[in-house]
Design a protein around this ligand. Structure first.
Ligand SMILES: [Zn+2]
Length: 109
């Protein structure tokens, strides 16, 4: 299922975010292998978050909440209403990533 960038609306397949986006970061194979073994709620440590930021991705609390992506125009800013709605849904659903993706889709976020 796709999730959408809060800033530019670009669709991102959530499996791509889980499995492939890490390869865009320039991290070493060793770091990537370690990352792929982490539990889903442990994948956005400051170290990995900054690697994703270098590759153009900014996430909310979870990787399902794409705040900025590599497709974003440089000067674009996130849609404030969508940003807030996504944060509320993440707060309610915690680590339930499938639930977050489904709820984002239900609300066209
Ligand atoms: Zn974007």
């Amino acid at each position: 299922m796709d999730v959408y960038c809060t800033t530019c609306g670009e669709p991102w397949d959530h499996f791509h975010l889980w499995q492939d986006a890490i390869h865009e970061t320039g991290l070493s194979d060793q770091d990537i292998e370690a990352w792929l073994k982490l539990p889903s709620n442990g994948r956005l440590t400051p170290y990995y978050r900054s690697a994703f930021t270098s590759a153009g991705y900014t996430f909310g609390k979870t990787m399902m909440n794409v705040t900025r992506c590599p497709a974003c125009p440089p000067e674009a800013t996130p849609d404030a209403d969508k940003l807030q709605a996504k944060q509320l849904i993440e707060d309610m659903l915690g680590d339930d990533h499938d639930g977050i993706v489904a709820t984002f889709n239900d609300h066209r976020l």
